[in-house]
Structure formats: C-alpha cells, structure tokens
Design a protein around this ligand. Structure first.
Ligand SMILES: [Zn+2]
Length: 234
C-alpha cells in the first residue's frame, strides 16, 4: 500500500532548498491520518507526517504507523522536560541520601538570598560552613546574616545565649559585646530594650556593650552592615 503511486499532487513545498512535490497518499485514507507523501526533486519518496504533538509537518523518507513523529521543536521541548525531570530526580535523591533538617534548608535559602547579587560568596564559604553548624539557633534571615558576617570577621560568637529571662542573639565574649538583631516591634519598644540592656550589663559587667541592629537595616544593605560591624567591633 505504501509503495502505491499517490493519486494526485496536493502542493509544492520548498524544504531545505529542495522542491518537494507532495501527493495526497492513499495511505491517508487507509490510516485515517493526515499523511501525504510525494517525491523530492530527485524523485525520492518523501512523507509529510504531522507532528504528533503540534501537528506541524515533519518530512521523512519513510513512514511507519508504529512510530510517533515529532517536529524538531517538540523534540527539543521534550528533551528539556526530561532534563528538568532528571534534575528534579537527582535533587530528590540527594535529599534522601543527605537529609537536611528544616533549619538547614532555611539556612541554605537565606544564604542563596543573601549572596544572589554578590560576587564574594567564595570568600565567605568558611564562615557560611561554620555558621551552618548551629543553624537551628538563628531565628531569622537577618540573624543568619549577622552570624555569617561575624564569623567571617573572625569573631567567636555564642548565638542565643540565655541570660536571666532573656535570650541574647549574639554574645561575643572576647570583646565583651552583645549584638541584638531587632525587629520593628522591639525597635519601637525602647523601654523594653533599655531594661534588657540594663540586665545584660548588670549580669555581665558594666564594661559590656550592647549593639542593636534592626532587621530592616540588615535586609536593605547587608554590605553596609558588614562595614558598620567592622568599624564598630574592630
Ligand atoms: Zn511539533
């Protein structure tokens, strides 16, 4: 049936610089498909097969009902889909082999967010690694940043140190400084901060200093906060 001479010319198409005479094939009626065949300029038999996905014609020298023909575009799309599926699978596998806690995942996300526009992430790799070992102690992205920055600047830090009824965000014992990362609520509630500062000094010593940094300030310009910390602490 396939080798039967097509009954009449349907159209003339230019394909890759070669004129192809397209005939309506008997096969079309037989298979109920929009398949037409013809001969190229050299008299070789050609089939114009609709892409099974988008319907765009695919030109082939042979046709088999058992095969699904796809145009180059749809093939590419499928390939990309497989690639992303493979990537997803690899990530999931990696997750299973090396399960991350919620705190670790949150920490990684924060680091990604922090360094997305910065080129100096390499310089920070040691500090990031060190900060991650205690990632469950940081309450927020700004705290994660401060922890990384302080470690990067070479300070020994104690995060979430309990003192009386309080929790101190970061204690740097070597230079007698407490760093508090304040949200808006605490920022406006100066009285509470004063009491807390008083308690800190009363318990640790009058020569201790309490440094307050607001989360807004940190989120707005982390590079500036890093510079500020360098100036104030150093
Ligand atoms: Zn297609």
């Amino acid at each position: 049936m396939l080798d039967d001479e097509p009954p009449y010319v349907v159209q003339l198409v230019l394909w890759k610089g070669v004129n192809i005479v397209i005939f309506k094939a008997e096969i079309e009626d037989y298979l109920g498909l929009d398949v037409v065949c013809g001969r190229d300029a050299f008299g070789r038999k050609m089939y114009k097969i609709p892409c099974t996905v988008c319907g765009k014609p695919v030109f082939k020298r042979s046709f088999s009902i058992k095969r699904a023909y796809k145009c180059d575009y749809c093939k590419l799309v499928e390939k990309e889909k497989w690639k992303s599926l493979e990537r997803e699978l690899a990530e999931r596998l990696l997750d299973e082999l090396n399960p991350q806690t919620e705190a670790e995942k949150r920490f990684d996300k924060a680091v990604q967010k922090m360094f997305v526009k910065r080129k100096d992430i390499e310089k920070y790799s040691r500090a990031i690694k060190a900060a991650k070992t205690r990632c469950e102690l940081y309450d927020s992205i700004p705290e994660i940043f401060v922890a990384i920055e302080l470690l990067h600047q070479g300070y020994r830090i104690i995060p979430q140190q309990k003192l009386a009824n309080y929790r101190l965000d970061f204690v740097i014992p070597d230079i007698k400084i407490v760093i508090e990362v304040d949200g808006k609520i605490f920022h406006n509630n100066r009285d509470r901060e004063t009491v807390k500062d008083f308690v800190i000094k009363n318990n640790l010593g009058q020569d201790w200093k309490v440094l307050h940094i607001t989360t807004d300030y940190i989120m707005k310009d982390m590079v500036r906060v890093a510079k500020y910390l360098r100036e104030v602490l150093g």
